[in-house]
Design a protein around this ligand. Structure first.
Ligand SMILES: [Zn+2]
Length: 189
């Protein structure tokens, strides 16, 4: 038994359960990344160029970020496959594979300027659905995506609808809910 495990067993029961949960769900996230990374490498025919890819789950964070080689994710995406719903597991898996896709779309290949941020987000979201459907066809992710697309089309049906390419003079906030019409465009090609 390692010193680390011995230390865990000396903790109060509540803390022990928390640590066991984190180790279990962390292992799940690691396993997901280990199978998705080679899937993307084969699909893009372009190896992941860094020696490692860290996943950092931050308590209190409400968004994820595809930092080059060090993905930051929300703590809520640490899920327990034996207890959490398939929807929670699907959301966690999709968040992870989205950020991994950004290692290619956004990090390895970057748009010339923020005007074309839609390419970054739409390709990563499209790959997220593609990878999720590949590894978890039972979640029927493309059927669920139809509802998300319909919601985006509703938003697009108003006179104040935005254009896909947005002129930006600086890096501004991005609303991920807006990229569904862009993904619809990509899928139609
Ligand atoms: Zn993204």
């Amino acid at each position: 038994m390692t010193h680390f495990l011995r230390d865990i067993l000396r903790q109060p029961k509540e803390l022990q359960r928390t640590i066991e949960f984190l180790l279990g769900s962390g292992a799940g996230a690691l396993e997901a990344a280990k199978k998705v990374l080679p899937y993307y490498e084969a699909y893009f025919n372009q190896p992941y160029p860094l020696p490692k890819l860290d996943q950092i789950f931050v308590p209190g964070e409400s968004d994820s970020m595809e930092n080059w080689g060090a993905i930051k994710d929300e703590e809520q995406y640490l899920v327990d496959p034996s207890n959490d719903s398939w929807e929670d597991q699907s959301n966690a898996f999709q968040s992870l594979v989205h950020e991994i896709a950004h290692q290619w779309f956004g990090n390895l290949v970057t748009m010339a300027w923020w005007d074309n941020l839609w390419l970054n987000e739409s390709f990563a979201t499209w790959m997220q659905k593609k990878a999720t459907d590949h590894f978890h066809p039972e979640w029927k992710i493309w059927i669920k995506a139809l509802a998300e697309k319909e919601s985006a089309m509703d938003q697009d049906a108003v006179p104040a609808s935005r254009s896909i390419q947005v002129r930006r003079h600086h890096c501004g906030p991005f609303n991920p809910a807006c990229c569904w019409s862009d993904i619809g465009l990509l899928r139609s090609f």
